[in-house]
Design a protein around this ligand. Structure first.
Ligand SMILES: Nc1ncnc2c1ncn2[C@@H]1O[C@H](COP(=O)(O)OP(=O)(O)OP(=O)(O)O)[C@@H](O)[C@H]1O
Length: 260
């Protein structure tokens, strides 16, 4: 089966600094892959290369076999890509529901002219998208907040809203950047449930950057470990946690020797 996401020798330089070096891996459809590594390893930079926010200096990024290096983030949404950010960027003066509805704008038929004329088929599509947005919020236990302004809610709830917004675009590939950061234990459990359910129900492939090893162990089928911009190893979360190279990258050589 063709890979949903395929990276080949992805390299990124900022001036003289090599942030990513020859990163190569595949993610098969339906897999939840964890992207882990110490601070500064290059995880978010790699996400930015996949989502079109950075253009790699070299190498290839393909989604379902289509080369996407150089494609704008807005066009990648149409190829099935959605992502969340370490710090959710919401319209704080809009309601929670309006924020989620924004994720469905690529699904509206026509273009700016028919949208501003509010033709019947546009209004029908808007109603449908609003209904789906509400149902996503309800399934994430956020239905109660739908009509509240987003700025009345906590950081943890903002992350849940951002995830619903990403899901409304009906992605086939979802990138989650540190979704558990700043969440309570209960919110992490809710997040794990939501991601498992969308993978099962919607056949979404997920790549998740996360430092929360509990979430990585509970959620992922495989992990890729990055260190200093290079792929250190690939395997299951359990294999990564007992790999001396990974222990050394996180804790130093003495810890790796002690564990051996
Ligand atoms: N726009 C930029 N300009 C220059 N250097 C950058 C830029 N973005 C990232 N870097 C550098 O690239 C390296 C990797 O950063 P990145 O944020 O991708 O790491 P990370 O693994 O996501 O870290 P963390 O876990 O702390 O979020 C760091 O040394 C960072 O300082």
């Amino acid at each position: 089966m063709a890979a949903r996401l395929s990276l080949r020798d992805v390299t990124l330089r900022f001036g003289g600094v090599k942030v990513l070096q020859d990163v190569t891996f595949d993610v098969a459809p339906g897999v939840i892959l964890g992207l882990v590594g110490p601070n500064g390893a290059g995880k978010t930079s790699l996400f930015n290369c996949i989502s079109g926010h950075y253009k790699p200096t070299g190498g290839s990024v393909a989604i379902d076999g289509t080369e996407v290096v150089g494609t704008a983030p807005s066009k990648l949404v149409r190829l099935g890509l959605a992502r969340t950010f370490q710090h959710p960027a919401l319209q704080l003066d809009a309601t929670v529901l309006e924020n989620v509805v924004l994720g469905g704008h690529t699904r509206l038929p026509g273009g700016p002219v028919s949208w501003s004329l509010r033709l019947p088929h546009t209004q029908r599509a808007e109603r449908e998208i609003r209904g789906e947005a509400l149902s996503l919020l309800e399934r994430a236990n956020l239905g109660w907040a739908a009509n509240l302004p987003a700025d009345e809610l906590s950081h943890g709830l903002h992350k849940g809203i951002e995830l619903c917004r990403a899901l409304l675009s009906k992605p086939s590939l979802l990138l989650l950047d540190e979704p558990a950061a700043g969440l309570s234990h209960g919110e992490v459990e809710q997040l794990i449930d939501t991601v498992r359910r969308v993978r099962a129900d919607e056949d979404i492939t997920v790549v998740v950057v996360e430092h929360h090893m509990g979430l990585i162990s509970a959620l992922t089928d495989r992990v890729v470990v990055l260190d200093h911009g290079r792929k250190l190893m690939e395997g299951t979360a359990a294999q990564a946690q007992s790999d001396p190279r990974v222990i050394e990258a996180y804790l130093g050589k003495d810890a790796a020797d002690d564990a051996a």
